[in-house]
Design a protein around this ligand. Structure first.
Ligand code: ADP
Ligand code: MG
Length: 140
């Protein structure tokens, strides 16, 4: 059975452009409840570790530089079928291919600066949530 939590980050292009509040509104309107949230600046080491699965990809250096270029908002979200439903809400990685009404279609500027992160599996949602939050920072 699908799990009920996922992990997201509002990325530097979106926080820098003043889209944080609008994106949080869309997340809540879509039925997700916030279990943890913080505004934070990622260090280079944190960004490298978070995206280590992409370390062999040609865009890894650009991705780490981008993710450390301005603050992010990290959050743990709860909803039935959270991982899949959140991926649907954010849309395709490349905003040019994202469906109308998705967060990336509305707010992303490029395939790199694509406004939001969403976990791709229940296992990664747990790993990513624990990467950013101590258990005492997560509500029941
Ligand atoms: P998603 O975030 O949709 O799960 P991936 O896991 O494939 O996408 O990639 C992680 C992040 O790396 C993307 O959200 C985006 O910021 C960046 N990225 C992916 N593909 C490219 C690319 N071809 N060029 C630059 N950045 C990319
Ligand atoms: Mg991914």
């Amino acid at each position: 059975m699908a799990g009920n939590r996922t992990f997201t980050m509002i990325k530097p292009d979106a926080t820098g452009a003043g889209h944080t509040g609008k994106i949080i509104d869309k997340i809540i309107d879509a039925g997700f409840s916030i279990k943890a949230m913080k505004w934070a600046q990622l260090s280079k080491a944190q960004a490298q570790e978070f995206y280590v699965v992409h370390s062999e990809r040609p865009f890894y250096g650009e991705l780490v530089e981008y993710m450390t270029s301005a603050p992010i908002v990290a959050a743990i979200l709860e909803k039935d079928n959270a991982v899949e439903d959140f991926r649907t809400l954010i849309g395709a990685t490349n905003p040019a291919e994202a469906a109308e009404g998705t967060i990336r279609k509305m707010f992303a500027t490029s395939i790199a600066a694509n406004a939001v992160h969403g976990s791709d599996s229940d296992d990664n949602a747990k790993i990513e949530g624990e990467f950013h939050f101590a258990s005492t920072e997560v509500t029941a």
